[in-house]
Design a protein around this ligand. Structure first.
Ligand SMILES: [Zn+2]
Length: 263
């Protein structure tokens, strides 16, 4: 960790304010954490509005959930955060909130897995729904476990959403992308039509993920009528192939995506 703990606390305060101001939580809902090192996690306190936290409100816990330092009681969802860090050594932050559109999909039982928006396909692939688990217990994480290796954003059935990232801003941005996607899809569904991208377009977008350092493997689900050949899942384009110039290929794909967006 390059940053000191006080500055990490300030980062959580700033993200908490954004989560609250954007209406992603009500009352004292939501929780945010940062992995300090392999012994400690910095996490928001329970019973405090995420929009009005101070750095000194933060709790530091160990990987058993015990309070290591701080005076506040650590979030009741600390076990979900701990399990996330154990399952994904590559991530350093977790953000949990109840953004209304995304949570609406989680209540309706509709995963955000359609191939619709290029940014979402590149940044998140798709967003599955984890089955309901009792909030505030380790039951909450169990249904997430089967999705956690392949995804960075999750809907929690009849509850809310959780995102993970390499730092707390990255995890928060995924929450924004998830909610924005849910909002747009909700509008399109209200208008009565959702045009999905076809297999070739999705393939091109998945190929861009490596360029942006995105490692989670999930792709959106291509609708059967939009598949060009087999029904095999989309694989990332082999941009490491020796006989293809990587930059040239990325440029080609970017041009294709822009052309598609402008058409
Ligand atoms: Zn919650």
């Amino acid at each position: 960790m390059h940053k000191n703990i006080f500055s990490l606390k300030q980062d959580i305060v700033a993200i908490g304010r954004r989560v609250y101001e954007r209406g992603y939580v009500a009352s004292n809902d939501g929780n945010i954490s940062i992995r300090i090192d392999d012994e400690r996690i910095l996490i928001t306190p329970t019973g405090v509005s995420k929009g009005f936290m101070k750095p000194e409100d933060m709790a530091i816990i160990d990987y058993e959930g015990n309070l290591v330092s701080g005076t506040a009681k650590a979030s009741s969802e600390r076990f979900m955060h701990i399990s996330m860090y154990k399952a994904r050594p590559d991530i350093n932050a977790v953000c949990h909130a109840h953004p209304p559109h995304a949570t609406g999909f989680a209540v309706a039982g509709i995963p955000l897995d359609q191939c619709v928006l290029p940014e979402v396909i590149v940044a998140l692939g798709s967003i599955p729904i984890a089955d309901y688990g009792l909030p505030g217990t380790d039951e909450l994480f169990k249904p997430i476990a089967k999705h956690v290796k392949d995804h960075d954003a999750f809907l929690l059935e009849n509850h809310g959403a959780t995102t993970i990232g390499h730092d707390v801003l990255n995890a928060y941005h995924k929450m924004e992308t998830l909610e924005h996607f849910a909002h747009i899809l909700f509008v399109a569904k209200s208008l009565g039509r959702v045009n999905e991208l076809g297999q070739k377009d999705v393939q091109d977008l998945v190929g861009l993920r490596e360029k942006f350092g995105i490692t989670s493997g999930a792709s959106c689900n291509i609708a059967p009528q939009n598949q060009t050949s087999s029904s095999s899942p989309v694989q990332p384009a082999n941009v490491n192939s020796n006989n293809i110039d990587k930059e040239e290929l990325v440029q080609k794909i970017t041009d294709a995506v822009l052309k598609r967006l402008n058409s």
